[in-house]
Design a binder for this molecule. Structure first.
Ligand code: NDP
Length: 243
């Protein structure tokens, strides 16, 4: 199947590093005009050097008002990848309010905020569109020390369901992608220690974590080019389902 996003405008959040960076590059390679949003200007500058056609916007998505203003200024969005995310590991009993707020602000509230602005524009333009919220396998698996992260991603899944239900009538498709571990900067926070990583790897048939390139391909091939709506796409380790 030939995939071509020529003439489509895509926004990717958290595109400075990791999965978002690869998705932005992949969508650009497939012809989309990509606007990459992230927080660290140096990451955006290096992305722009790598792929000059990509436009960049530096904003802290945890800042509700600043994020709304920045996203509202991007015209004619056809595709949104709501990918920016973070994590703070702690035992449930020890989680501090500031960490709870930070993770929920970025992993859930920013996803809600950005999607609301983009969806409103799509509805007003009567253009339809496609939105992918990057959730996690952690939304349906309890993981030690991940109380806030797991809860934030479960919230993203449920938000995705409701958005799909309400926005389908406007020809806006909304899905989530739920990867398991990829050793990005974020992934390394939780999974660098073999004591934690080995039991997780033992549950993945191929015995290795995801490659961000694989995730980028998955997005391009499955999320924006087929007619799914309101689905949760599990993206387990290479080669099979996490048991
Ligand atoms: P990385 O830490 O590698 O990259 C995250 C990107 O998001 C960075 O560019 C970061 O910018 C940006 N970002 C974070 N917070 C903000 C903010 N407040 N405002 C703007 N940009 C922000 O993470 P991954 O690529 O690993 O993760 C991407 C998504 O995939 C996340 O939603 C994550 O939860 C999800 N995921 C990741 C998995 C993994 O194992 N890696 C597994 C399952 C899901 P900066 O560095 O400047 O803050």
């Amino acid at each position: 199947m030939e995939i071509n996003f020529k003439g489509k405008n895509a926004v990717v959040t958290g595109a400075g590093k990791g999965i978002g960076r690869d998705v932005a590059k992949r969508l650009a390679a497939l012809g989309a005009h990509v606007v990459a949003i992230s927080r660290t200007q140096a990451d955006l500058d290096s992305l722009k050097t790598e792929v000059p056609s990509i436009e960049t916007v530096a904003v802290d998505l945890a800042d509700w008002a600043a994020a709304r203003t920045a996203v509202a200024a991007i015209p004619n969005v056809d595709m949104l990848v709501n990918n920016a995310g973070t994590n703070r590991l702690d035992k449930f009993l020890d989680v501090k309010e500031e960490d709870l707020d930070l993770v929920m602000d970025i992993n859930f509230k920013a996803v809600f905020n950005v999607a609301q602005v983009v969806s409103r524009q799509m509805v007003d333009r009567k253009s339809g569109g496609a939105i992918v919220n990057v959730s996690s396998a952690a939304s349906y698996r309890g993981l030690l020390d991940h109380a806030v992260y797991c809860a934030s991603k479960a919230a993203v899944d449920k938000l995705t369901n409701v958005m799909a239900l309400e926005l389908g009538q406007y020809k806006i498709r909304v899905n989530s992608v739920n990867p398991t571990v990829a050793l990005t900067e974020l992934g390394k926070i939780a999974w660098s220690d073999p004591v934690k990583a080995d039991p997780m790897l033992a549950r993945i048939p191929m015995g290795r974590f995801l490659d961000v390139v694989l995730i980028g391909n998955f997005f391009a091939v499955r999320r924006f080019s087929e007619g799914y709506n309101g689905r949760k796409f599990r993206l387990p380790g290479a080669g099979g389902v996490v048991r």
